[in-house]
Design a protein around this ligand. Structure first.
Ligand code: PMP
Length: 375
């Protein structure tokens, strides 16, 4: 029977308690949200939704074609100019998702004959970029500049080092300055995914590279998503103009993909302008993360000290993590739940996101629920 093997996999998943299900979210959810990636609380900001609506009215419901044909509007160009200026880079290129941006950066900058050094804790989209890249891939230990140095030393030709800036599972930060130094010793390029750093870290949310004084460097490329702190949808690659020109000509997920929807571009641009006007939003997200962490540890829960807006709480087992998240939901609190195969180390976690618009009372209430429902 066609697809007969699926049943076997489904049974194994059921037996392990690892079945995933879609739960449509109502427009007005009664749950307190510590699960979304809307770090700055901008996804429903009236200026952001109006930016989306205005763009759709002006440019249409879709981009109508790939970027190199009809899919580049004046709005795309404006968004790219402003993203580059805000983050401190020479140029920017937007994509239909952060996933596509990562595939583009890693494949186009890791060609045949090159070396791609990748952190073991990287996001799935960077891992898939490595799988698709024609270069030789070496996976190195998590956040380990010495291991990166060793890997780079094995190869004489062109090389890139690929890492998340803030890792999505534990919310810890990559040692960017040391990684940049290791790259410079060998003339390698540094490609970092700032999905969880843009809008949260750096001066006014200008991102992790800005915070590490690496923004605009000729050997640094940053990718990010427009779907987290900017409350929209889409991705971006930031870097030197010559690198961005190369992506336009060589990155398959740029060339063969329909351009970013105008509504998404309009929402992201409105959110970016809001953030530029209200830089305290970034600091507030970091402060909320700190308060969440302090309250969790005071309550005796095992949390990882957050470097950005992701707060990870250890769960004893995958099954208990799933039940814990479900019990939180029953008690009115939405939290994320990471379990194998999303967590390669097998340690399951609740994943909380610190939104800038959470009040202290809401943080205290959330921690109370997590404490009361702990396994
Ligand atoms: N990189 C990281 C670290 C992410 O967490 C995500 C989103 N889950 C992505 C890339 C992908 O971005 P997008 O959702 O825009 O495709």
């Amino acid at each position: 029977m066609a697809f007969g093997w699926i049943e076997e996999q489904a049974r194994a998943r059921r037996d392990a308690g690892l079945v995933r299900r879609l739960r449509p979210r109502p427009a007005e959810s009664p749950l307190l949200d510590l699960a979304s990636n809307d770090y700055l609380g901008l996804a429903r900001h009236p200026e952001v939704t109006e930016g989306a609506a205005r763009a759709a009215r002006t440019w249409g419901g879709g981009a109508t074609g790939s970027r190199l044909v009809t899919g580049t509007t004046a709005l795309h160009a404006e968004l790219e100019r402003e993203l580059a200026a805000f983050c401190g880079f020479e140029a920017a290129l937007v994509f239909s998702s952060g996933y596509a941006a990562n595939l583009a950066a890693v494949t186009a900058l890791g060609p045949h004959g090159s070396l791609v050094v990748s952190d073991a804790g990287n996001h799935a989209s960077l891992i898939d970029g490595c799988r698709l890249a024609r270069g030789e891939v070496q996976v190195v230990g998590h956040a380990d500049p010495q291991a990166v140095r060793k890997a780079l030393a094995t190869h004489g030709g062109a090389a890139i080092v690929v890492s998340d800036t803030v890792f999505s599972v534990d919310g810890d930060r990559a040692p960017l300055a040391e990684l940049a130094e290791a790259c410079r010793e060998r003339g390698a390029g540094l490609v970092v995914d700032d999905a969880h750093g843009l809008g949260v870290l750096g001066d006014g949310g200008r991102g992790s590279a800005h915070a590490a004084a690496l923004a605009g460097a000729p050997d640094v490329v940053v990718t990010a998503t427009l779907s987290k702190s900017l409350g929209s949808q889409g991705g971006v690659v930031l870097g030197p103009a010559r690198v961005i020109d190369h992506l336009v000509n060589a990155a398959r997920t740029f060339i063969f993909d329909t351009g970013l929807a105008p509504a998404a571009a309009g929402a992201a641009l409105a959110a970016l302008r809001l953030l530029a006007r209200e830089p305290e939003r970034a600091a507030r997200a970091r402060a909320v993360a700190g308060e969440l962490y302090t309250r969790l540890t005071t309550a005796g829960l095992e949390a990882v000290r957050p470097d950005a807006a992701v707060v990870s709480v250890r769960a004893p087992s995958p099954e208990q993590a799933v039940r814990w998240a479900a019990d939180c939901r029953t008690a009115g609190l939405a939290v994320g739940c990471f379990r194998p195969p999303s967590v390669p180390d097998g340690v399951s976690r609740l994943r909380l996101t610190a939104r800038a618009d959470l009040s202290s009372a809401e943080i205290a209430h959330a921690v109370g629920v997590i404490g009361e429902t702990r396994p």
